[in-house]
Write a protein that binds this ligand. Structure first.
Ligand SMILES: [Zn+2]
Ligand SMILES: [Zn+2]
Length: 560
């Protein structure tokens, strides 16, 4: 069994290091980093000062960084990915309706909520100052805090940073995005699939793709870049998560029960996103195909087909008009609100459709096949989109062909001139003032993730999990895992070789140069030795648990 559990943080104690480890301390940080990676220990731990509020003892301990991408920290990213696998597996073939646990808010939840409130206030300030770069950074930070809050088990609505675009009543019926060709049923409150033959509960693995943009070679690079529709590819990628949302709404209305899914957005080799999902229960293949065919998403943004400005001839901010103006006529450009008024904007700026390729596969719970598909779903989560697609080389990727480099360059060039949101400065190219335009809105340049080479238009979340999937937050799955290991050690009578700490603790940041903070290699080696002792205990407990009952009682007697 593979375990992702981390032993409790232990202080760095030079006395417990072996002579060989002490010798290693003299080596470079690279060696220690490599060693840590081999042992599944965080390679860039933070040194935190831990104060035992009962005994007053103060220790500096390594705390894992918690990164999600393996180019940042492979062990932490891998640990996170495995937790996602557990979450996916647990919800897929549930045979009872999940009951969400809703305990009192914990100290950790309250702390995270307080941080979020601070960020929310900072965002409003940054927006008032028109500091789009700051806004973007805060949005990223809030996304992390929100993930953290969800992981800590916080449910319900979190205040959005930007107020809703406009009241829904102002929209004309012309803009409704129903799928009129589908049957529409009231949605029952059930999330479980049907049971066949009293025990089989088949579930579904679904893959949704986007349309073809032109012929590609075996690697996914365009055969003829001049005839590949990079514009539509770029726009579809930017709006992909919206059409996935729309697909689930339509599915629930069409099948009449509260369909649950664990899905991931991953790139195909051509660079277009596709969506894999584990669905609890079965839905007829023909029905899923019909829903996909009827699903579309209209983007009610101004037309952005032809750039009005480029190069040196760009709109300029005019202090008197408090607006961006045409560089020649000095006329103010239409504001976002003017350009998107339903009276003015008669057709959507873009419409996303799903491609004809819809893969549906029935999967039985608990089978080897189910396990394999959980693997597919989470395989590339710790990689950047462009690395997963093979557009950019990474340490375990193959070489990138010249044709692929050209394909990536063309797609990226299109993404650079495709607006990523109503606030995107790229709107200036098309003669529209972005929403909330300010003097500091850099003319035509957007630093948003969607435009960056490693993201290929996919700026948001990669894992989309419906609310009633496992009835547990990521943190619950993590806590369960820890409890399982503790119980295993307990039952086998194995006394942990690492110190069991008292607490409660208070934590304090350290600064580089603090006299009690060990060097990075020392910190890594301490974490490695801790991990080794923990691993030995765990293996011993597993061996005992697997031993015949007679042996076990004898050993238990000894240990007690
Ligand atoms: Zn780490
Ligand atoms: Zn942008």
């Amino acid at each position: 069994m593979t375990t992702t559990e981390t032993p409790p943080a232990a202080p760095v104690d030079h006395d417990t290091l072996t002579r060989a480890q002490k010798a290693l301390l003299a080596l470079t940080g690279d060696v220690a980093r490599q060693l840590a990676e081999e042992h599944g220990v965080c390679v860039r731990p933070m040194a935190l000062r831990r104060i035992d509020t009962t005994t007053g003892k103060v220790d500096v301990v390594p705390v894992p960084c918690g990164a999600r991408r393996k180019d940042v920290c492979r062990p932490c990213a891998e640990k996170w990915r495995r937790l996602r696998m557990v979450q996916c597996r647990e919800g897929w073939h549930l045979d009872e309706e999940p009951v969400p646990v809703r305990p009192e808010p914990t100290a950790a939840q309250k702390a995270a909520l307080a941080i979020r409130a601070d960020l929310h206030a900072a965002y409003q300030d940054a927006r008032a100052d028109g500091d789009e770069e700051e806004c973007e950074q805060i949005r990223d930070a809030v996304a992390l805090v929100d993930d953290e809050l969800r992981a800590l088990g916080v449910t319900g609505r979190l205040e959005p940073l930007d107020p809703p675009e406009r009241p829904a009543v102002k929209r004309s019926t012309r803009r409704r995005q129903d799928a009129p060709n589908l049957p529409r049923r009231p949605v029952e409150k059930r999330t479980l699939g049907q049971v066949y033959g009293g025990k089989y509960r088949p579930s579904t693995f679904l893959t949704l793709t986007l349309d073809s943009y032109g012929r590609v070679d075996g690697n996914g690079a365009a055969v003829d870049p001049d005839r590949y529709d990079y514009r539509r590819a770029a726009r579809d990628a930017i709006h992909f998560s919206k059409i996935v949302d729309r697909f689930w709404q339509n599915t629930r209305r069409c099948v009449g029960w509260d369909v649950q899914y664990f899905g991931t957005i991953e790139p195909q080799r051509r660079g277009a996103p596709h969506f894999h999902a584990a669905i609890r229960g079965t839905i007829p293949r023909a029905e899923l195909r019909a829903i996909a065919a009827a699903t579309y998403h209209q983007v009610w943004w101004p037309a952005h087909d032809t750039a009005v400005y480029s190069g040196d001839r760009m709109p300029r901010w005019d202090d008197r008009a408090r607006a961006f103006v045409d560089p020649d006529t000095h006329e103010p450009l239409p504001t976002w609100e003017e350009a998107t008024d339903p009276e003015v904007l008669r057709t959507p700026g873009h419409t996303v459709f799903l491609g004809a390729q819809v893969h549906v596969k029935g999967i039985l719970g608990g089978t080897e096949e189910a396990g394999r598909h959980v693997g597919y779903l989470t395989k590339y989560l710790t990689k950047h989109v462009a690395h997963a697609a093979g557009h950019l080389a990474d340490d375990d990727g193959a070489e990138v062909s010249g044709r692929m480099r050209e394909h990536h360059r063309r797609l990226l060039a299109e993404l650079r001139v495709t607006p990523c949101s109503p606030r995107c400065p790229v709107w200036l190219l098309y003669g529209v003032q972005p929403k909330g335009a300010r003097p500091s809105t850099a003319s035509g340049q957007c630093k948003g993730k969607a435009h960056r080479p490693e993201h290929l238009g996919i700026a948001g979340r990669r894992v989309l999990v419906s609310r009633k999937w496992s009835g547990k937050a990521l943190a619950d799955h993590q806590a369960e895992r820890a409890a399982f290991v503790r119980q295993l050690l307990d039952r086998a009578g194995v006394r942990p070789g690492y110190a069991v700490d008292d607490g409660p603790f208070e934590w304090e940041r350290t600064k580089p140069g603090d006299p009690d903070v060990p060097t990075r290699p020392a910190l890594l080696l301490a974490a490695i030795s801790q991990r080794q002792r923990w691993r030995a205990d765990y293996d011993a407990a597993q061996a005992l648990a697997a031993a015949p009952p007679d042996d076990r009682s004898a050993t238990e007697g000894e240990a007690a």
